[in-house]
Ligand binder design. Structure first.
Ligand code: SAM
Length: 291
């Protein structure tokens, strides 16, 4: 049984995303599915969450794999993975994701129609040792540490012994930079210096206050897996937010992502804004679990 803080966090997420996904029109997803390689060629060199999710040769690894996506949300990524030939199971706390998947399965002749697992992942009955891969895109940071710990235990139980997990999460590796970021107001979020308004905003925000550093995700991974790899990006790319949303802004992001690879590793890590978290070889038996 989870604490009231965690239960409240889940309720907040459900409410927030039910509202947001109610407006999703699947025609954009259908276009993506129809031109999936073209779409990935574009987004995987500019849009950080896609760059991270498809880094390495991830695209080529998916065909025929049994994959569970947690927090599938707007369902773009589950649709892409299904279009690439994976057998995809999708889970989200929002019922709206299920509606999107139902509509996608009606319109697209996927080799394996996407299966929706509705509701709280921790309460769903699944076959042990069943999945090749568990993925999440911008998902873990919506869980409290308590929830995350329970999710990891269940993920490990449901992965095949040679299976793994891949998450893409915001990277918060420098607290000074993070404080500065909160001070800058963006549409829909007041500056943290406006204490009253910021507190009001925070009360409805679906992000719990938690640790999103690479160090945290490394320690989390080693508690349940034998191998952990973290790649952080965005140290220069992140500055695109200071510029207008013009066409050249996208070019800036593309170039910045290439250029930042020349920076010393510790600077790339400190200034990163997004990270790929790869967990391999689940610790299945009690003797393999690190305390
Ligand atoms: C930032 S969104 C990311 C959605 C999608 N993966 C994407 O890349 O756009 C986070 C998602 O996690 C879902 N979520 C939050 N808490 C959850 C929980 N306990 N179980 C399942 N899904 C949850 C939310 O409903 C939301 O769809």
């Amino acid at each position: 049984m989870l604490s009231p803080t965690s239960e409240n966090n889940t309720d907040k997420n459900r409410l927030h995303y039910d509202k947001r996904y109610a407006k999703i029109n699947i025609s954009k997803i259908l276009k993506i599915v129809e031109h999936v390689d073209e779409y990935l060629d574009d987004v995987t060199v500019v849009d950080t969450s896609w760059v991270c999710m498809y880094s390495g040769n991830f695209r080529e690894q998916l065909k025929g794999k049994k994959i569970l996506e947690l927090g599938c949300g707007n369902c773009y990524n589950v649709a892409v993975m299904a279009a690439l030939g994976a057998e995809v199971f999708a889970n989200d706390i929002s019922d709206k994701s299920g509606d999107i998947i139902e509509a996608l399965n009606v319109s697209v002749n996927f080799k394996f129609p996407i299966k929706y697992l509705q509701g709280d992942f921790l309460k769903i009955e699944l076959m042990p040792n069943d999945f090749d891969l568990v993925v999440g895109k911008a998902f873990l940071h919506h869980l409290t540490h308590e929830q995350e710990h329970e999710f990891m235990k269940k993920i490990v139980a449901n992965l095949k012994p040679e299976g793994g997990a891949r998450f893409v999460e915001p990277a918060v590796n420098n607290l000074f930079l993070d404080k500065l970021r909160w001070m800058i107001s963006v549409p829909g979020r007041p500056s943290s210096m406006n204490i009253k308004k910021f507190k009001e905003w925070q009360a409805n925000d679906p992000h719990p206050i938690r640790n999103n550093s690479g160090k945290h995700y490394k320690a989390l991974g080693y508690s349940s897996f034998k191998e952990v790899t973290i790649h952080s990006i965005g140290s220069l790319e992140r500055f695109h937010r200071l510029f207008p949303k013009a066409k050249w802004n996208r070019k800036f992001r593309y170039r910045a992502l290439k250029l930042e690879q020349l920076l010393p590793k510790f600077i790339q890590f400190e200034l990163a804004r997004t990270q790929t978290i790869i967990y391999e070889f689940p610790r299945k038996s009690n003797s393999e679990i690190s305390k």
